[in-house]
Write a protein that binds this ligand. Structure first.
Ligand code: KIV
Ligand code: NA
Length: 265
């Protein structure tokens, strides 16, 4: 088994040591990311976009996730392995448990991540009750792009912010072990952190989280089109992949990343 566990992440939060997370989808990059000292590797359903060339994460299947998880798991010696439940693989307790079983038993995942809001807290509870370590992903939930009509910052007015805080509390109460927030103003993310007790990892959610995550292709500057505002091209700064990964780890650990220009106000 690998070195970083849920206990490590909890201790890092208690000691206010920033948690460094990054996505990976294959064996070669998993090795590099692990060697650079990343604490949590996510096999994200963002693989639908960066590996498969889809416009969203919606087409990604559970079989795709299992395949990429197996590839990544073989490359890790140290990092904790978090894996996404893809769109509509967790529509009820039974489906979620069967999906999680495949990711953990066939794939080698340490933890599953579910995009959820307060109304889906029962699914988080079912997973947790069955012994599955769970990360609840809220704020912007990219699997909902069809309903949202696009990707934008969430919780922008007070009612929206309150909804995000309600989600946070419901998901924590349901047993989520880690919380992950995407595309929130720094102030709203800070309120989530104040009102909850689990390690809080952010992407596009400002500096006031317990950890940071980026999509590997974004931080290497190879995502097609306009890069997201909240990312930074570490490869452009350093010229070598291994050095770029190390620079990202160092920047998060020393709170040099994210800066104000990566943050929504
Ligand atoms: O799929 C993914 O890469 C993610 C991160 C953006 C958190 O869910
Ligand atoms: Na995802």
């Amino acid at each position: 088994s690998r070195t970083v566990t849920l206990a490590t992440l909890r201790r890092m939060k208690a000691e206010q040591a920033p948690i460094v997370a990054l996505t990976a989808y294959d064996y070669s990059f998993a090795r590099q990311v692990d060697a650079a000292g990343v604490d949590v590797v996510l096999v994200g359903d963002s693989l639908g976009m960066v590996m498969q060339g889809h416009a969203s994460t919606v087409p990604v299947t559970l079989a795709d996730m299992v395949y990429h998880t197996r590839c990544v798991a073989r490359g890790l010696e140290r990092a904790y392995l978090m894996v996404d439940l893809p769109f509509l693989s967790d529509t009820d307790d039974r489906a979620a448990l069967e999906s999680a079983a495949r990711l953990m038993k066939e794939g080698g995942a340490d933890m599953v991540k579910v995009e959820a809001h307060a109304a889906q807290a029962p699914v988080v509870e079912a997973l947790s009750r069955a012994g599955v370590p769970v990360c609840a992903h809220f704020g912007l939930r990219p699997q909902r792009v069809g309903q949202l009509g696009g990707y934008r910052v969430q919780g922008r007015d007070e009612a929206g912010a309150q909804q995000v805080l309600d989600d946070a509390q419901a998901l924590e109460a349901a047993g989520a072990d880690v919380l992950l927030v995407e595309c929130l103003s720094a102030a709203v993310a800070a309120r989530v952190r104040e009102q909850t007790h689990r390690p809080l990892i952010g992407i596009g959610a400002g500096a006031d989280c317990d950890g940071q995550i980026l999509v590997l292709q974004d931080m290497l500057g190879i995502t097609p089109g306009q890069p997201p505002r909240f990312s930074h091209d570490f490869l452009a700064d350093t010229g070598r992949i291994q050095t770029a990964l190390e620079a990202y780890v160092e920047a998060v650990r020393t709170r040099q990343f994210p800066q104000l220009q990566h943050t929504f106000e």
